[in-house]
Design a protein around this ligand. Structure first.
Ligand code: SF4
Length: 195
């Protein structure tokens, strides 16, 4: 299975299926253990991610790493971090529906192969891209959803928390639920500084 994952990575790294391939520096495949029990899914690469070929490495990524760390998680041990589209949209605009539709089968394959116990959707594009284009993140965040047999927690994108720190309280509540679910499904002895 790990070989299939490496083959998928090779395929994605040279993909030119949509117009986003034209402006990218690097394809951002995603990062984390192949057997991660948690997947975090964001929108798409920004400038820093495009330059480094890694997901969530700018200010938003630093905040995400901090949140994960306080919850006792990390991208090196138990979280795989990916995106709805794997190439940077110009000027960091949201990916167009046709770009999302072209790229999403890759994410579906990643989820199928990693088979995480918990999926965390970061922001509206991730929620709309994976679950339902009509759902509002402000309405459903903090509530468990289901996608193809996986349980899913939608919450705010870290960039929204940077723009509006008033949202942080709600986001922490969402991650508190993730920690509780992780203890229930994966490791009852999981340690977290937060809860
Ligand atoms: S965004 Fe996805 S579908 Fe489009 S070129 Fe990049 S990897 Fe391929």
């Amino acid at each position: 299975m790990i070989n299939d994952f490496e083959l998928l990575k090779k395929e994605i790294l040279v993909c030119q299926k949509c117009q986003l391939s034209k402006g990218r520096t690097n394809v951002v495949f995603g990062e984390g253990p192949f057997d991660a029990k948690i997947m975090c899914i964001g929108e798409g690469p920004g400038r820093d991610e495009d330059l480094q070929g890694r997901p969530f490495v700018g200010r938003s990524g630093q905040l995400l790493d901090k949140i994960l760390s306080v919850c006792g998680f990390s991208r090196t041990e138990n979280v795989f971090i990916g995106n709805i589209v794997k190439c940077r949209p110009p000027q960091n605009r949201a990916p167009f529906p046709e770009e999302r539709a072209t790229c999403i089968p890759y994410l579906h394959k990643q989820i199928e192969m990693i088979n995480p116990k918990i999926i965390i959707l970061l922001g509206a594009t991730a929620l709309n891209g994976l679950i339902d284009p009509l759902l509002k993140i402000t309405k459903v965040r903090g509530n468990w959803l289901e996608w193809n047999g996986h349980i899913v927690m939608p919450t705010f994108h870290p960039s929204a928390l940077l723009r509006n720190p008033n949202l942080k309280k709600d986001a922490w509540e969402d991650f508190k639920k993730v920690v509780a679910k992780y203890r229930e499904l994966v490791n009852p002895a999981h340690k977290s500084d937060y809860c």
